[in-house]
Design a protein around this ligand. Sequence first.
Ligand code: PEP
Ligand code: MG
Length: 587
Amino acid sequence: MEFVRLRGTGVSPGIAIGDVLLMERVIFSSRKETISSDQVENEIKRLNKAIARTKKDLVKIRDSVKKKIGEDHSFIFESHLFILEDKSLLPNLEKSIRKEKVRAEYAISQLHDKYMKIFESLADEYFRQRKDDVTDVLSKLYINLESSRKKVKEEDGEKVLVGHDLLPSEAALRLSQGNVLAVALDMGGQTSHTAILARSMNIPAVLGLRHVTKKVKNGDRIVVDGTDGEVIIDPPLAIRKEFEEKKERYDDYRLELRKTAALTSSTLDGTKFTPLANIELPEEVKSALSLGAEGIGLFRSEFIYFQKTSLPSVEDHFLAYNKIAKEADPAPVYIRTVDIGGEKNLPQLNIEKEPNPALGLRAIRFSLSDRELFRIQLRAILRASVLKNVRILIPMITEIEEIGEVKQLIYSVMEELRSQKIPFDENIPFGVMIEVPAAAAITDLLVKEVDYLSIGTNDLIQYYLAVDRSNELVSYLFKPLHPSVLRLLRYIIETANKAGKEITVCGEMAADPLSAIVLLGLGLRKFSMNPIFIPRIKKAFRSVDARTVKKIVSKAMELRTAQEIEEYIIEQILVKHPEAFLMSEIT
Ligand code: PEP
Ligand code: MG
């Protein structure tokens, strides 16, 4: 038989091979099944029984999810119970059963349609989320009506979940049951709820596969490769063997890496370094810390906007920052003010389309152009700073004047908070990102204005080499080891170190073992990255001698091309510290 290979986004690494459990969503029947007048009371009884059973189920699920994966994920079920106990729900259903003389299933289906229409007319993302919750609760009720109960009986045993999408509650419930080998979905991406949950529970997952549900049926054999974002349905023996071996290698590797989370962050010669995490959602803090992060080096706060269709309030901002600060406490949390504008246009902001968005009204330029919005964010960050582990980080600084303006705004918001007797950290550390080459060139001046610096190599390289970071056509030119980039980085790092100011790299360079070793050799000690890479980088650093690396890198700086530099460093490091790289990374 022909096997099928599909590509998606690998959102949680690892490999699993198993049988498919296809999650078919409840389809509310639109068939109007009528009943006679003397059946009405019975039908209402049946409905009440289903409601009672659904309540019981929800309480059970809530308690079990709370126990297995924590309160963060169990609150969804709290809100579901709330919906189920809503005063208008039962009377509405009863009314249509009595009036129209229809089966409870049909009454639910009609009520669902009605709710969906109301929700669709509302633009707010908050309500869109509630829409999913209503669907979720009504689906549970629907399948708890005896007639449809049998249909959803699922086989026991370990399975690979395949579906179109997973509602947050389904994700929490399914993944907490301990029998999910992997997840493959048509929808979703890196930051979807399922992705975050799968990552934090070590369940391989590939999302955004578009049509996987159309290609599989229950019981099919499936390979899910969450590391490379691939799914194979009904693989022939040879391919299965290949993935079994890959899985074994990966599992051993992960086991070994995991052990490094608990080890000290120091090189062979005792040089200390600090691994930090880049996160996009507050829910990521716990798993980042468990992977060895010693703080949150970058919270991309624009994700608060991406999750809503209306403007987030001070409270929305505060809830996110406060959660991160509390969960990370006492570890530091660097909250970057929003990096929106330019390409990251959001419908709720009505930003004008720009001819050259990467060079336009982006990040701090945008924030300074809408100061009311900026004040809302600053106020929330300051309010969340009471634990004294929060820092303010400003993206895309180009000139000193911008820093002056931002500081004025911060002082003014501080004054407002003082007058309202709202506590905050009076000494909250203030830092800026070096992403624009012009800012890099005045590092000696910037260090006098800030408490710390953070280098965003993704943008810095894009602007320095004039290579669009998201354009595949020129991606071959995006070279972090280009001699010009290394010279610039050396200048920034040395200048900050000399001034005694803390310096971090939070771009992708920090997550790549070779580039990270180069940064170590240039004198960098703080590395912020997607948390899943922390164990890998920690392992590399723990197997090298920082003084030797420094010498190798300084020699490499005399070379002419990125390729020469790369080859030289790999060769030299391999001679001295062969464990620093994995063969797969250099072949
Ligand atoms: C960077 O530019 O390196 C960075 C970390 O910011 P972002 O990737 O969010 O632009
Ligand atoms: Mg950037």
